[in-house]
Design a protein around this ligand. Structure first.
Ligand code: ADP
Length: 655
């Protein structure tokens, strides 16, 4: 193939413009990106070679070499990984394939300074080479292809690039950066070693550089005034040395890894630019042996709610990279966990399908799930600062102090996803219930656990009361809560969309049943005294005729009409039967376009309320009855079936 010119995809051109026109505080990330690509290329070769050993040709030792040529002003990163065909070079180095990079481009604000900072944190893969180079030459040959099928790719980082066929004996890829004047510093052994140490120590592949040695300058005649030797310089020796630790981070011992290294590794594998909230790193021994390094991110990704989103676990087998997003290793409700599992037992040629059936994988998945839950339990335990007593705070270790507030942070981001586990992971249901947190009628922040609630229960209270609603305000001000407020009984406020669904799987906590305040007949059991009960019964008796009329007027809307003592300030409210679907869930299903049974609620009226007292004998009885019902519906977040009719009735009464 003779020289061809191709245009970059529009997004790439946009990205390149930014890369070449911004000033970076940490330009050096280009090296991390290019080494990471080289390492990926070697991983890919290793993987393909499992079925075709010939791909190693005569160079079985995978490695990355860094070299520079001061005179030519070039810095070259060479790997003997999988390499690229001409078509691959055109496709991969002319478009943006990775969703990570696409996301990045979509985040660009157009403001140079903040965008540049974003690049520094995020990295933009291959294209970051243009941060330091005004021209990049890539020479590559796909493993297994003939030497004559080498490819040269050249671009100045503007609108287009050139591709031509070359002869290249070595398999793999050389990325030759033609350094800009102001980036010539990078053509320096110390500088390169320092950057590799910072970003790429955990790359499991050796990164080599040619050793240099001090060479003295020429001897100058002693009678010369300046006598002695000319300054010398570093010269290359032709010997190559490994400059990184070249051991995969997770295989190193915990005590040899700093928090910063853990965080850097997380950023690398997750493409997140914030440090993780916490992590756990363990070697598991027993019937299946594996190493797990699992991270909980600080922030939820935008696609958290996509249940098809793959898990964030990379699978390695004896340090050989096998696959990204190994969903079989983590249950769906923990899909936000990122990390690495390295198994000693799985076969190298394991496929996704095989993973689903493997007993070892099942054991790993259970082990990883337990670890994540323990990690969360530990955070939850230390979430609240101990009651301010000097002695107690003093004995807290620094490690535990750092955990204060972490669980709340986690819960705000991922709590709702965690709840999916109640229906998904029966084996861990109890542990998960303990990890739940809610706001309550007495606590505005989402911080109340079932155990906290139980500890505050009133004497004689025999249920955990809760209400579900679309918003915190709706829950807090719901009429159903009135008598609870009056009696000082705490009610949990559940406002996550998944709550209704999740509650189908939790009926009790530690022996105490959960009771919705909007379901079933009102019964506070021992919390009501005899006098109150008697008054309620009397009211029901005297109200019988009115109730019968109400029932008749509302027969299309209400399943039943009865008096209640759960209301204090409101005239009426709606409840559903004990085993009925809540009105809120029915609404949610409808909104989601799913079929939901028609819920006919029970209208409960407050016999003490002036409006209700007025009903008897009123000429407006029919209108009042409908207004009562529709208002009760509004109060709990619903909409009257015929809003215009409701408005008409209210206006008629107002005027
Ligand atoms: P990413 O690494 O996020 O996919 P890059 O822009 O860094 O994005 O690279 C794009 C693609 O180019 C890679 O996915 C890979 O297919 C190819 N590539 C880049 N560098 C190399 C390399 N050294 N060897 C083989 N392929 C490479």
């Amino acid at each position: 193939m003779s020289k061809q010119t191709h245009a970059f995809q529009a997004e790439v051109a946009q990205l390149l413009h930014l890369v070449t026109h911004s000033l970076y505080s940490n330009q050096e990330i280009f090296l991390r990106e290019l080494i990471s690509n080289a390492s990926d290329a070697c991983d890919k070769l290793r993987f393909e070679a499992l079925n075709n050993n010939g791909l190693y040709e005569d160079a079985p030792d995978l490695q990355v070499r860094l070299s520079f040529d001061k005179a030519a002003k070039t810095l070259t990163i060479t790997d003997n990984g999988i390499g690229m065909t001409a078509q691959e070079a055109i496709d991969h180095l002319g478009t943006i394939a990775k969703s990570g990079t696409k996301d990045f481009v979509s985040k660009l604000s157009g403001d140079q300074k903040s965008d540049a900072q974003l690049i520094g944190q995020f990295g933009v893969g291959f294209y970051s080479g243009f941060i330091v180079a005004d021209k990049i030459t890539v020479e590559t040959r796909r493993a297994g292809a003939a030497a004559a099928e080498g490819v040269r790719w050249i671009s100045g980082g503007t609108g287009d690039f050139e591709v031509e066929t070359i002869t290249r004996n070595e398999r793999g890829t050389s990325v030759i950066l033609h350094l800009r004047e102001e980036a010539l510093d990078y053509a320096n052994t110390w500088k390169l070693k320092e950057i590799v140490g910072k970003y790429s120590d955990h790359i499991s592949l050796p990164i080599l550089m040619e050793k240099e040695e001090w060479k003295d300058g020429d001897l100058i005649e002693p009678n010369n005034e300046e006598g002695g030797r000319q300054p010398g310089g570093m010269v290359k020796t032709g010997e190559w040395e490994t400059i990184n630790k070249a051991s995969a981070l997770w295989t190193r011992s915990k005590k040899d890894i700093t928090d910063e290294q853990y965080a850097d590794f997380y950023k690398q594998i997750s493409r997140d630019f914030e440090a993780p909230l916490t992590w756990t790193h363990n070697r598991v021994e027993g019937s299946t042996e594996y190493t797990q390094l699992l991270y909980i991110p600080s922030k939820a990704p935008q696609d958290l709610w996509n249940r098809d989103k793959k898990a964030g676990i990379k699978l390695y087998v004896k340090r050989v990279f096998i696959m990204d997003e190994a969903e079989a290793l983590m249950p769906s409700y923990l899909r936000f966990v990122k990390g690495v599992v390295d198994s000693a037992d799985l076969p190298l040629n394991v496929s996704r399908e095989l993973l689903q059936e493997s007993r070892d994988v099942k054991a790993i998945r259970e082990g990883c799930t337990k670890r994540v839950l323990s990690m969360l339990e530990d955070l939850a335990k230390h979430d609240k600062a101990p009651q301010a007593s000097a002695e107690v705070t003093d004995v807290l270790s620094d490690e535990d102090k750092a955990k204060i507030g972490q669980y709340s942070k986690f819960y705000a981001e991922f709590g709702a996803v965690l709840k999916e586990g109640l229906g998904e992971d029966f084996a861990n249901k109890d542990r998960l219930s303990k990890l739940l947190r809610f706001a309550s009628s007495t606590h505005d922040t989402v911080s109340v656990s079932f155990a906290d609630y139980k500890a505050r229960m009133k004497d004689g209270q025999d249920a955990i009361y809760y209400i579900t609603a679309d918003t915190l305000a709706a829950a807090k001000n719901s009429p159903q809560l009135e008598v609870f407020k009056k009696k000082g009984i705490e009610v949990l406020l559940m406002t996550d969309r998944v709550d209704e669904w999740a509650l189908n799987f939790v009926h009790e906590f530690d022996g105490t049943p959960l009771q919705s305040v909007a379901k079933g007949a009102f019964d506070l059991g021992k919390l009501q005294d005899e006098e109150e009960k008697k008054a309620a019964e009397d009211a029901a008796e005297t109200f019988k005729p009115v109730l019968a009329k109400l029932k008749e007027a509302l027969k299309d809307k209400a399943e039943d009409v009865r008096v209640t003592s759960r209301l204090v300030d409101s005239p009426a409210c709606l409840v559903v039967t004990d085993d009925g679907m809540s009105m809120q869930l029915a609404r949610m299903l409808k909104q989601a376009g799913q079929s939901a049974p028609e819920v006919k609620p029970v209208l409960e009226v407050n016999p003490e309320h002036a409006l209700v007292k007025k009903l008897d004998g009123s000429v407006h009885f029919h209108d009042l009855a409908h207004i009562l019902f529709d208002q009760a519906l509004l109060a709990e977040g619903g909409l009257p079936a015929d809003p215009a009719a409701y408005v008409k009735r209210v206006n008629a009464l107002l005027s």
